[in-house]
Design a protein around this ligand. Structure first.
Ligand SMILES: [Zn+2]
Length: 167
């Protein structure tokens, strides 16, 4: 039976959502968490590799789109675009807290990270985002990137924090 409270709330003006010249989908946060929980039920700790790999592919895909639409020679400008883009997608509020390109070291925080369920784990667990950061940066700069999630909302920290090293 149709719930009248939903009337109009899913009003999509066109059959396809387009932004930045490409198609998009919208999913509920609960749907995302449900997907992650079901994969973890089947694969256990192996789910981390699945989400890390998926994130890496998503990051590479975004980098391909960025390369088509903007000059990527200024990494700080591109990184700020990605942080803004990330926020506009509702994934969380990103902040670049340390920028040391001469050492290839960066620290990035995400507040209200949609991929993290508060106090759901005793370890950092944002594998999708870890892969996403590595994928987007590797594709943009053509070098290996390694990240470590040093803080995570899932284990009780106030934000998720990623230490990024360019090899
Ligand atoms: Zn996290």
């Amino acid at each position: 039976m149709f719930n009248p409270q939903l009337k109009g709330s899913l009003n999509v003006p066109a059959p396809k959502m387009e932004r930045l010249g490409t198609e998009w989908v919208l999913i509920r946060v609960e749907t995302l968490h449900g997907m992650m929980e079901e994969v973890e039920k089947i694969l256990g700790s192996g789910a981390a590799l699945v989400w890390y790999t998926a994130g890496k592919g998503a990051g590479r895909s975004l980098a391909h789109m960025i390369k088509k639409t903007m000059d990527t020679s200024d990494l700080l400008r591109v990184s700020r675009f990605i942080v803004g883009f990330y926020g506009n997608c509702g994934w969380g509020r990103g902040e670049i807290v340390s920028w040391r390109p001469e050492k290839g070291e960066f620290i990035f925080q995400v507040w209200d990270n949609v991929f993290a369920k508060k106090d759901s784990s005793n370890t950092s667990s944002c594998y999708f985002l870890k892969g996403f950061i590595e994928g987007v940066l590797e594709e943009l700069i053509g070098r290996r990137v390694r990240t470590e999630e040093t803080k995570c909302i899932s284990k009780g920290d106030e934000c998720c924090e990623f230490s990024i090293i360019v090899k």
